[in-house]
Design a protein around this ligand. Structure first.
Ligand SMILES: *[C@@H]1O[C@H](CO)[C@@H](O)[C@H](O)[C@H]1NC(C)=O
Ligand SMILES: *[C@@H]1O[C@H](CO)[C@@H](O)[C@H](O)[C@H]1NC(C)=O
Ligand SMILES: *[C@@H]1O[C@H](CO)[C@@H](O)[C@H](O)[C@H]1NC(C)=O
Ligand SMILES: *[C@@H]1O[C@H](CO)[C@@H](O)[C@H](O)[C@H]1NC(C)=O
Ligand SMILES: [Cu+2]
Length: 322
C-alpha cells in the first residue's frame, strides 16, 4: 500500500490512456515446496519443456477484453495450448501460483476454476490432448473481495484499497494459494487461474482478464465424499455489462459483485489472512499421463507421446477466431 501522498499520483497515472504498462503471466507454480514452471509468452523467452503452464500468444503479457468473453481466448488466454506435463498434487492440498509481478493499479478479483480432463476425447494423455472448448469448469475460489471503508481513505472505499484481492496478492509476493478441494477424484485437471484488472472498467470493454491455465494431476482420497462439479463453459462465464466487469472502481464503491458462477459446494478457498509468500525453489518432477489413468515422471523423451501437436492439429481443432 503506497503512502496516501502517492495516491493522487497513482490515480493520475491510472487515468493516462496508455496500456503499454507491463502486464503479467503466471511464472511459478509451487506445491508442497516443489517448484513447477509456468509459461512466459514474451518474445524470445526460453520456456522449460517440463512446464505445466499452458502456452499462449499474448506476447505483450496482456489480457482478454470483454469483447472476447464468448471467444475461445477467454478459456486459457489467446491461442492457449496445453503442455504435456502435469504437476502432481493431492486433493486437499494447496497450489501456490506466482505471477511475474503485478501492477499496483490493476485492482480486481482473483478467481480460480478447475476442469477435469478425464473422460474427454484425447484424455489418454490427460489434459495434454484435450480440446479446450470441451473443458467444463467449476469455480473453487472467487477471492471474496471485501470493499470496506478504510480509515483515511476519505470515504473512497477500495481506491485502490488493500482489500482488493490483487493487493493481497501483491503483498504475498505476487502469489495466490488455491485450495484443491478434498473431494476431487483422481485424474488430470486444468486449473484456470484468473485475475481481472478493473482500472479501466468504468468504460465499456475496459476490464482486463488474465486467464492462465496449469495442468494438474490430482490424487484423490477415496475416503472423502466426492465433490459434485458444476461444469460451466468458460465462454459463458461473463458478460461485458456484468456489474463486476463494467464499473468505476475510482468512484468510491462499497460493494463488489464477483462476476461468473458462484464458488462450488465443497470448494476450499484460502482466506486473505492465509495468503502469504512462500517460495521454495526445489524443482518438482511433473508427470505425463499415459493410458488415461497412469502417470510416469516427465522426462524429455516422454514428450513424444504426451505432447499435443500445438502448431498442427491442436491449433486447427480448437482455435477458431481466438
Ligand atoms: C528475438 O530474437 C530475434 C532473433 O534473434 C530478433 O531478431 C528479435 O529482435 C528478438 N525480439 C525481441 C523482442 O527481442
Ligand atoms: C479479441 O481478441 C483479438 C485477438 O486476440 C483482438 O484482436 C480483438 O481486438 C479482440 N476483440 C475485442 C472486441 O476485444
Ligand atoms: C519473491 O519471489 C521472487 C521470485 O520468485 C523470489 O526471488 C523472492 O525470493 C521472493 N521473495 C520473498 C520475500 O518470498
Ligand atoms: C470514475 O469516477 C471518477 C471519480 O468520480 C471520475 O473522475 C471518472 O471520470 C469516472 N470514470 C468514468 C470512466 O466514468
Ligand atoms: Cu496491464
Amino acid at each position: 500500500m503506497p503512502p496516501p501522498s502517492l495516491l493522487p499520483t497513482l490515480l493520475a497515472l491510472l487515468a493516462l490512456p496508455t496500456t503499454s504498462l507491463a502486464h503479467s503471466h503466471l511464472a511459478n507454480i509451487l506445491i508442497n515446496g516443489q517448484l513447477y514452471h509456468g509459461f512466459d509468452p514474451r518474445p524470445n523467452q526460453s520456456n522449460n519443456p517440463s512446464r505445466v503452464g499452458w502456452s499462449n500468444t499474448a506476447t505483450d503479457d496482456g489480457f482478454v477484453s470483454p469483447g472476447n468473453y464468448s471467444a475461445a481466448s477467454i478459456i486459457c488466454h489467446v491461442s492457449g495450448a496445453s503442455p504435456p506435463a502435469h504437476a502432481p498434487v493431492r486433493a486437499g492440498d494447496r497450489v501456490h501460483v506466482q505471477w511475474n509481478g503485478w501492477p499496483v493499479g490493476h485492482v480486481g478479483p482473483v478467481l480460480s476454476y478447475l476442469a477435469p480432463c478425464g473422460g474427454l476425447a484425447g484424455s489418454d494423455t490427460g489434459c495434454a490432448g484435450v480440446d479446450k472448448t470441451a473443458l467444463r469448469w467449476t469455480k473453487v475460489d472467487d477471492s471474496r473481495p471485501v470493499m470496506e471503508l478504510k480509515a483515511g481513505a476519505g470515504g473512497n472505499g477500495g481506491v485502490p484499497g488493500e482489500r482488493w484481492a490483487t493487493d493481497v496478492m501483491i503483498a504475498a509476493n505476487n502469489s495466490w494459494q488455491v485450495g484443491i478441494p478434498g473431494g476431487l477424484r483422481t485424474g488430470p485437471y486444468v486449473l484456470r487461474h484468473e485475475a481481472i484488472a478493473l482500472h479501466f472498467a468504468g468504460k465499456k470493454d475496459g476490464a482486463q482478464n488474465y486467464p492462465l491455465c496449469v495442468n494438474l494431476w490430482v490424487e484423490g482420497d477415496e475416503k472423502q465424499d466426492q465433490m459434485v462439479m458444476d461444469g460451466f463453459d468458460a465462454r459463458a462465464f461473463y458478460k461485458a455489462d456484468d456489474p463486476g466487469v463494467l464499473l468505476n472502481v475510482t468512484a468510491g464503491i462499497k460493494t463488489y459483485t464477483v462476476p461468473g458462477p458462484t464458488v462450488a459446494v465443497g470448494a476450499t478457498p484460502v482466506p486473505y489472512s492465509q495468503q502469504i509468500a512462500s517460495l521454495f525453489k526445489v524443482e518438482g518432477t511433473p508427470v505425463v499421463v499415459t493410458r488415461s489413468t497412469e502417470t510416469v515422471p516427465w522426462t524429455a523423451g516422454v514428450t513424444a507421446t504426451g505432447a499435443p501437436k500445438i502448431k498442427g492439429s491442436e491449433g486447427r481443432r480448437v482455435e477458431g477466431r481466438d
